[in-house]
Design a protein around this ligand. Sequence first.
Ligand SMILES: [Zn+2]
Length: 290
Amino acid sequence: MGIFSGLEALGLGKLKNTDVFVDEEQKKAEQEALKKKEAKKVTEEECIYDKTMKCPVCDEEFKTKVVKTGKAKRVGQDSDLRTRYQIVDPLKYDAVLCPHCGYAALSRFFNYMTSTQARMIKEQIGATFKGGVETDAPVYTYDEAIMRHKLALLSTVVKKAKASERAYVCLKLAWLTRGKIETLPEDTPDLERIREEARKDELEYIANAYEGFSTAFSKEDFPICGMDELTLTYLVSDLARQLGKYEDAKRFISRVLTSRSSNERIKGMARDLKDRITEEEKAAGLTEEA
Ligand SMILES: [Zn+2]
């Protein structure tokens, strides 16, 4: 029975279900606000545009997908410096691939090429590259992004790129694989097995990144892949931790903690990492508790 029941006799029966406290105007305003919010919801597709590039190997022009400036919303960071984003993961769009000859590289390295390197790519990749990697889909899936980065890794090997460039592509492959694991739909058939395999791939990429960056330390000048020495030292420590190489992880992180040029931000990160290394080492039963 409505609160106004009994008023039917007065000819007001239609109003008997009227709510005492809900204001029609307010209801309308709420609905409008909801509609606006729905309309404002940005999709990944809207964050992407096609950019024309020229391949330094075959001189052909092609289009590549690029994330619009300011569209990726940062929501956090993993211990190995992978930034997590909302709506669109810019990592997926970082490998540029020439669909004509198969040359690929991370965008920051794409145009740097000696004539000898171009020749090696032409001979070893271009000569047999069949293409067919581009789809009409407006966005890249993680699997597509991983494939593009694998081609970038292949190009770094063929053109005999610096250890750091190879390591950086491996690190990005690890991050992409992590992104894939995090976004696998719950109803994926064989979900556990796929997760398990992806996790193994991720660790293999981390192991290669660790090896490459460790080599880069002694052979290359800083900045390396845009990182200063302390940032890279921190990163290598975390990669060692992920691989269970706790002694190496501790050695690298103490360098960051004792360095005079460390700022408070990196010191804070380093202290957190050191605690994590200690905890994990304990959990793995590698240290004896006093
Ligand atoms: Zn090309």
